[in-house]
Structure formats: structure tokens, C-alpha cells
Design a protein around this ligand. Structure first.
Ligand code: HEM
Length: 239
């Protein structure tokens, strides 16, 4: 019997993708978006995270172990899956293949990302962990993102994450019998595509906010806000 057919392991794989990993990602993008409000606000948000009681247990059982299980099992089922999009040119088969490809890419990307920021262990790049250095968090991320290939890698990583999670919601809803009829599944798919675009926009805007004062917002809007005193010019308060 194929390991990917083991009912409980497969259900656990699907559930870990939604909670805690999916839930974590929303919180993570929310925190990252605080870069829009400047250095101090972002650093304070990181410091708050590091004051969560029993943080190490939360990280191990809420993030690292589910991530390890979800990615290793995901890679196993990717290897066993039949690539049938060459025989049937349906969009959904391509989406399915893309789900697996983004999953494999994310395995390496997230590994790099955690070593890079959480632990500061990438020789030649950042060697200062964000953990324990929340006062430097904004500067560490900003320095990394000012390197063009790092920024490009993160934009691809954010796109892969946005797709993988949004389409993952759809696969979950269909597999668990939450969305049943053909029409309902079609509209749910549109919803997932919209969510992927939204997550990509929010994630990319947060990344850009570390290097450009206004993120992806037009500069004129930023300057207008400064003139009106809504945000402080050249200080930490922005949007
Ligand atoms: C705008 C882009 C991003 C920025 C600025 C960013 C920033 C950070 C920072 C600073 C940390 C270290 C947190 C700490 O030590 O307190 C971190 C950890 C992490 N990030 Fe990201 N991240 C981004 C995108 C992503 C994406 C696309 C994913 C995933 C799929 C992701 C998944 C994670 C995970 C799993 C951790 C480890 C969490 C932990 O150790 O508690 N991040 N990120």
C-alpha cells in the first residue's frame, strides 16, 4: 500500500496545512506589514512575539514540527502522485502540479528563510538572529532585502506561498466535502485565486516597505500624508 493512501496521515497532512501553518501565515504577514508603519512599530511587534509565554514550545509544536510533517509528507506524496496533466490539459491538473512544485520549492525557501532571519546562520548574509535582537529586527530585514537577488527570492517565495495556501484551502474544502457541487467548486476556485492575489499583494508590499518608505503605495500619497501631519516625515511613523 502506498504511504500516500494512508487515510489518517493524509488527513493530518491537510489539517496541518490549514491550522497551524495557514493561520500562522496570516499572523506573520500581519506582523510584517507593520513595516509600513516604520522601524519602531515593527521592532515592537517582534519584541511582543518574543514575550509570548512558552514561546519555544509554541514554535516547536505550533510551527516547526507541523512544518516538518507537512513538508516531508508533502514531498512523499508528490513523488507518488501521477502527473496526468500531460494527458488531460484541464486547468485543475496544472493547478495540482503547481501545488506540488510550489510545495517542494517552499521546503527549501522556508528552510533558508528560518536560518536567515530566525537564527542568523547564513554565511555571507545575515549572521545576527532576529530572535533576541528585536531592536535590530527592521535593520536586519532591510539590509537583506536591499540585496537584489534576496528580494527577488522573497518575492518568488511570497508568490509560491500565496498560491500554495490559497489553492490548498480549495483542495481542503473539496476533499472534506465542504464545497460539493460543480458550480460551487468553480466559484470557490475563483475565491482561492482572489485570495492568492491578495496574499501576494500584501506580502510583497510588506517586503518592499523595508526598503522603500511607502511600500508599493504611490510616493505622492506618502508625501501628502506627511504634509497633512498624518505621518511624521523621515521618522518612524509612516502609514
Ligand atoms: C515579507 C516577507 C517576509 C518577511 C519580512 C519575514 C520576516 C521574518 C522574520 C523577521 C522572522 C524571524 C522572527 C523571529 O525570530 O521572531 C521570520 C520567521 C519565519 N517566517 Fe517569515 N518573513 C517573510 C515571509 C515569509 C513567508 C513567505 C513564509 C512562508 C511560508 C514565512 C515563514 C516563516 C516561518 C515559518 C518563520 C519561523 C517562525 C518562528 O521561528 O517563530 N515567512 N520571518
Amino acid at each position: 500500500m502506498k504511504i500516500s493512501n494512508t487515510f489518517l496521515l493524509r488527513k493530518l497532512h491537510q489539517i496541518t496545512g490549514i491550522v497551524p501553518l495557514g493561520a500562522f501565515l496570516f499572523v506573520h504577514f500581519f506582523t510584517n506589514s507593520k513595516a509600513m508603519s516604520g522601524k519602531q512599530v515593527f521592532n515592537d511587534a517582534v519584541a511582543d512575539i518574543h514575550h509570548i509565554p512558552y514561546l519555544l514550545f509554541v514554535e516547536i509544536f505550533g510551527i516547526f514540527l507541523p512544518l516538518l510533517y507537512h513538508s516531508v509528507y508533502g514531498i512523499i506524496i508528490s513523488g507518488e502522485a501521477r502527473v496526468n496533466n500531460l494527458r488531460y490539459g484541464y486547468g485543475r491538473n496544472w493547478f495540482y502540479t503547481f501545488q506540488r512544485l510550489t510545495g517542494i520549492f517552499l521546503f527549501f525557501f522556508i528552510f533558508f528563510h528560518i536560518l536567515n532571519f530566525r537564527f542568523g546562520l547564513i554565511p555571507g548574509l545575515n549572521m545576527t538572529p532576529v530572535a533576541g535582537n528585536s531592536d535590530l529586527a527592521f535593520d536586519i530585514v532591510a539590509r537583506e532585502f536591499s540585496i537584489p537577488w534576496v528580494m527577488a527570492l522573497y518575492i518568488v517565495g511570497i508568490a509560491a506561498t500565496a498560491w500554495h495556501l490559497a489553492y490548498g484551502f480549495w483542495l481542503f474544502a473539496v476533499d472534506w466535502g465542504i464545497v460539493i457541487g460543480e458550480k460551487a467548486q468553480k466559484y470557490a476556485l475563483y475565491g482561492s485565486i482572489a485570495l492568492a492575489i491578495g496574499l501576494f499583494a500584501v506580502g510583497t508590499n510588506a517586503a518592499v516597505a523595508f526598503v522603500w518608505k511607502c511600500g508599493l503605495f504611490p510616493k505622492a500619497l506618502c508625501e501628502e500624508a506627511e504634509k497633512k501631519g498624518i505621518v511624521e516625515p523621515n521618522k518612524s511613523g509612516r502609514f
